[in-house]
Design a protein around this ligand. Sequence first.
Ligand SMILES: Cc1cc2nc3c(=O)[nH]c(=O)nc-3n(C[C@H](O)[C@H](O)[C@H](O)COP(=O)(O)OP(=O)(O)OC[C@H]3O[C@@H](n4cnc5c(N)ncnc54)[C@H](O)[C@@H]3O)c2cc1C
Length: 481
Amino acid sequence: MGRAFVYVILGGGVAAGYAALEFSNRGVSHGELCIISEESVAPYERPALSKGYLLPEAPARLPAFHTCVGANEERLTPKWYKEHGIELVLGTRVISADVRRKTLLTAAGETISYKILIVATGARALKLEEFGVNGSDAENVCYLRDLTDANRLVDVMHSCSGGNAVVIGGGYIGMECAASLVINKINVTMVFPEAQCMPRLFTPKIASFYEDYYKSKGVEFVKGTALSSFDMDADGKVVAVNLRDGKRLLVDMVVVGIGIRPNTSLFEGQLTLEKGGIKVNEKMQSSNSSVYAVGDVAAFPVKLFGETRRLEHVDSARKCARHAVAAIMEPEKSGEFDYVPFFYSRIFALSWQFYGDNVGEVVHFGDFSGNTFGAYWVNKGHLVGSFLEGGTKEEYAAIAMVTGLKPAIEDLAELESRGLSYAMAVSRKPPPPSQITNVGDSGPSLVLEKPVYPWHATAGVILAGSIAAFAYWYGRRRRRW
Ligand SMILES: Cc1cc2nc3c(=O)[nH]c(=O)nc-3n(C[C@H](O)[C@H](O)[C@H](O)COP(=O)(O)OP(=O)(O)OC[C@H]3O[C@@H](n4cnc5c(N)ncnc54)[C@H](O)[C@@H]3O)c2cc1C
C-alpha cells in the first residue's frame, strides 16, 4: 500500500522545479501533485553548482538559496511547495516503475501510484570505471552532478589549497571546474583525448581563444591523451595520474567531467527510447500516453531542425517541463513545442551563449584578440547556429533571433564581413505582418535586402528574443555570486 496522486514528477532537478511552478500557475489542487527525488533538497538550479557555488566567496552552502526561481524571483523553497499543496518526497529513490499499472516502487518499499507521470530523472555523470579505469571512490576524486558532489568538491578543494589538481575532460564541466579551481588557488592541468577543449561545440579557432585565456590564468593542457590509471597512497588517496602517453602527473585532487548518461533504466522495455533518451512527441508525451518526459532524459522533436534531439541544457529543461504541464493541464490550448536550442557558460570573466545547431560551414566574426567575437553556422544555405562571447543583452537577443529565423545565406563572405552587425540588422527590422507568407519546411528565406518571413519565423523571433532576455537577466543575477 502507498500514496496515490493525480500527477507525479519523478526526479527533483531543474525540470521538476519548473514543472511544479507551471502546475501551480495553472491551479493544480492541493494534494494532487507530488515530486519524488533521490536528492534530499528541493529542486534547484543545477548550473550554479559549477559556477558561484564553488567560488571562495560563496555564502554559507545552504541549498535553499539556489532553489528554482519563478516569476518575480519567487523562490521555490520547501515552504513554497508546502504552501502550494505540493508533496515533496525527498531522499527517496524510485527503484522500479510499472507504466501499465501506473505505479512506482521506492527503495523504502512504498508503492506510489499516479494518473499522469512526468519523468524528469535527468542524467548521471559517467564514471571512470565505464572506461576501464578504477579509482572513482578515492576521497580526492570528484565528480559534479548534484549538490552532494558539489559539497564534496568544495571540501576537497579547501583541503588542497596551493596544491595540484588534474581535471579529466575538456567539456563544460571540466572547463567550469578548472576555472573555479584556479580561483581557489589550485594549480590545474586539464587532460582530454581530443585536440581541443569543448570539442562538441567549439570550432578550433574558438577553442584556441579559451585555451589561451586559461593558459594566461596558469592552466596547463595535456591534449590528445587519456587517463590510464591512478597511483594511490596507503590511505587510498590518489597521488599521481598516469596517462596513456606515458606522462605521470602528481596530484592532490582529481576532478572528472567525462560526460553524462540519461537516467532511462526504469523505463527500458516499457517506453520507446531514442538518442539515448525517452522519445516524446511535441507535447512531451512518451509512447505511453500517461507518461511524459522532460529535461535531459527526453528526446523531443526540435522543429527548427526537423528532427528528434536530446538536449542536456538547462534552458531546454525549464521550457520543456513547462510545456509538458501546459499540454497535460490544457491540451486543447497548448501548441507544439517550438524551441530554439540555447546553451551558455560563464568562466572567469568570460561569458558566452550559443543558439541553434553547430553543423555546416562556420563563419567567424569579431575580434578574437578582444572581448567580443563569435561564429555563425550555415547549413544547406541557411544560418542554423550562432555563438557569441562577450555580447551585450541586445547582441545576445539578436543572435537568438537570427538563429530562430533560420535565414537563407547566399554569401558566406558577406556574412563574415558583416559579422555581428548582420544579426543586429535583422533584429532591428522585425518582420512586418503584411509579409506573412506560406510556411516552408526549411525555414524562412531571409535575403538581407528583401526579407520574407513565414509565421513561424515571427514566433521564433519572439521566442528567441525572450530566451536571450531571460538568459541575460538570469546570468546577471547569478553573477552576483
Ligand atoms: C554542474 C553543472 C553545471 C551545468 N551548467 C550548465 C550551464 O551553464 N548551462 C546549461 O545550459 N546547462 C548546464 N548544466 C546542465 C543542466 O543543469 C541540465 O541540463 C539540467 O539540470 C537538466 O535538468 P533535469 O531536471 O532534466 O535533470 P536534473 O537537474 O539532473 O535532475 C534529475 C533529478 O532526478 C533525480 N533522480 C534520478 N533518478 C531518480 C530515481 N530513480 N529516483 C528518484 N530521483 C531520481 C536526481 O536525483 C535529480 O534530482 C549543468 C549541469 C551541471 C551538473
